[in-house]
Design a binder for this molecule. Structure first.
Ligand code: GUN
Length: 308
């Protein structure tokens, strides 16, 4: 698919289609749980304030949760909510047996410390995978009953990479971005797949040269089109986590990633588009994590979504 007159030689990684398949597997597992165990997984999403982007995400999460056959509990709290009020809501959801997954939408208003709130979530209901217990379990490679709930966006990236490349062992991976939500857990997941991993960021010296060494290049910096075509190793697999809205002519806007798509697609072996690449994977993985959390809470075997 050429989006301009630049020649696109890379294969497009269709996250939209992959996410649809994953949601189908989740829905089948939910139907099975309901029929055989009388268990309906439930996801509670808490939104504080009126951030427009967060409202869109939360609505989408609720709709897709219901479409997968699960219970969706949406809690909208005013912008002025205090930290104690939010902690009380989290405690209520921790204690509710119908709630198997809890997600507090970020960012939170300035009067609330997000780390304190995340730390209050029961780690076994932390379907975002942000609690230090889950981060620690991911870092130490814990498995079985102690396996982590893994942050949804990097988990989605990993599924796309494994679908494209199969065994990742021995490959060189560069993750640009070091956030707790994407960059750091992405690096841990790739280490666990026996990749040789570099975490690069805004202070990295000669970032283009570092990126050019990557068989797998994951961009998660939140800077529109920062990664240029000549930063990409020929044949590399490029995963673009960025979702940036930029102004184009006539007052119109357009969504672009952190990668200059046309340039990079002329060099890469495969690349995720924006939109339609990583984006749809995040909610699909959230649904999968919710089913995983529900099965764990009931002591049931975990369904295999290819996410384990
Ligand atoms: N805000 C943007 N992405 C996320 C996410 O994955 N989880 C939560 N809780 N908030 C977000």
């Amino acid at each position: 698919m050429a989006v301009s007159d630049t020649v696109v030689s890379a294969d497009l990684i269709d996250g939209k289609a992959f996410a649809q398949g994953l949601r189908g597997r989740v829905a089948a597992a939910v139907a099975d749980l309901k029929r055989k165990q009388g268990l309906t997984p439930g996801l509670a999403v808490v939104l504080v304030g009126e951030d427009p982007a967060s409202q869109v995400y939360v609505r989408s999460k609720g709709r897709q949760t219901v479409e997968a056959g699960m219970n969706s509990f949406e809690h909208r709290l005013p912008e002025t909510t205090s930290q104690d009020e939010l902690l009380a809501k989290v405690a209520e959801l921790n204690a509710d047996p119908a709630v198997h997954g809890i997600l507090v939408q970020l960012p939170l208003p300035a009067q609330i410390d997000s780390q304190t709130v995340i730390a209050a979530i029961d780690p076994d209901k932390d379907v975002d995978g942000f609690h230090v217990i889950n981060a620690g379990r991911l870092m130490t490679g814990a498995s079985g009953a102690a396996a982590p709930l893994v942050p949804c966006t990097p988990l989605g990236c990993l599924l796309l990479l494994k679908d494209r490349l199969g065994d990742l062992s021995g490959l060189t991976a560069v993750v640009v971005g070091r956030s707790n939500i994407v960059g750091k857990p992405m690096a841990q997941l790739l280490v666990a797949e026996s990749c040789t991993v570099t975490v690069a960021h805004s202070r990295t010296r000669d970032l283009p040269a570092v990126c050019r060494g990557a068989d797998i290049l994951v961009a998660a910096v939140g800077r529109p089109q920062m990664i240029k075509g000549d930063w990409v190793k020929p044949g590399a697999t490029v995963i673009d986590v960025g979702i940036n809205r930029i102004d184009v002519e006539d007052g119109k806007t357009r969504l672009v990633g952190d990668v200059a798509f046309d340039e990079a697609a002329a060099v890469a072996g495969a690349i995720t588009p924006v939109p339609g690449g990583v984006g749809p994977m995040t909610i699909a993985c959230l649904l999968a994590n919710t089913v995983t959390a529900a099965c764990r809470s009931a002591g049931l075997p975990l369904p295999d979504f290819g996410t384990g």
